[in-house]
Design a protein around this ligand. Sequence first.
Ligand SMILES: Cc1cc2nc3c(=O)[nH]c(=O)nc-3n(C[C@H](O)[C@H](O)[C@H](O)COP(=O)(O)O)c2cc1C
Length: 336
Amino acid sequence: MFYYFVRKLLFLIEPEKSHTLTLKCLNSKYIQILIDMFLKPIPSRPIKCMGLTFPNKVGLAAGMDKNGEYIDFFSKLGFGFIELGTVTPLPQVGNPKPRIFRMLSEEAIVNKMGFNNLGIENLINNIKKSKFKGIIGVNIGKNKNTSIENAINDYLICIEKIYCYTDYIAINISSPNTKNLRNLQFGVLFKNLLKKTKRKQKEMHIKHSKYVPIAIKISPDLSRNEIIYISQQLIKFKIDAVIATNTTLDHSLIHKIKNSQIKGGLSGLPLQRKSNDIVSILYKQLKKNIPIIGVGGINSINSAKEKIKSGAKLIQIYSGLIYHGPKLIRNIIKKL
Ligand SMILES: Cc1cc2nc3c(=O)[nH]c(=O)nc-3n(C[C@H](O)[C@H](O)[C@H](O)COP(=O)(O)O)c2cc1C
């Protein structure tokens, strides 16, 4: 109840402003003390995935804490893991504002952020400062000014820099707001990306005597045949996990509402079915060879269970947290 009251006030403010304002307030020392006093830690329900032990199945999806500024706050909400980023080798401003739009009646968000972030060095400094001892993933991408043909270099730079500071790395080739990025999911570009990424992982593994798993984050706008092809390549190159899915460009899912023409990636409830279907196809193809981290439209205990039934081993949440608040996370963790 309390969250829905606060939400009413927050939703009066422009979405990106209210996002930043809320996180800044919640991150203050005094609020942290209150959280420690009133939010009891949730008992851990460990699960093994990618060779790591996660305290529970529920993670924060990429994009919420792009620069790793709020790691300790999000860990207090009970998340078993936190995926930071997307971060790029160099800082960049992203697309012009406004670039986040809420569709309250649909429980949806459309965003066209374009990888606004302060760069990988800044993220590393923030990870070093955090007290969180749980699982951190870092989601990496390419800079806007890097051509798609040279994109792999940006991923390799990020892997090399972040390797010692993260538990897993997520390769984002599915954001719809960076021109041509999704081309990396197909053909020679995809194979080269997987080959060079695995080579870099092996080199870093030897250098640091530490194995950091690599996950690939895919789009929901793929055909069945494309998913089958992607699955075969993921198995061939021994990729550690797949994250399904990013936001969708399919706005027919919200065609009845007045803002449906706004360009950008759609997330939240309208994405749920589409993203579950992708997880199901992946699961049939990958069997138990490669774990799936399911994300897209989780807004209740039932939808979390549905994602797991579709084949996800772990789940992540973004829009559900905006619409239902921290209680959703705790309820799901307790009931899964
Ligand atoms: C405002 C916003 C920003 C996002 N930024 C990123 C990002 O930087 N990298 C990424 O991989 N996914 C990003 N996402 C996608 C989410 O991580 C997630 O895959 C997607 O929103 C579907 O989950 P949901 O329905 O629970 O929101 C973003 C989503 C939103 C709404």
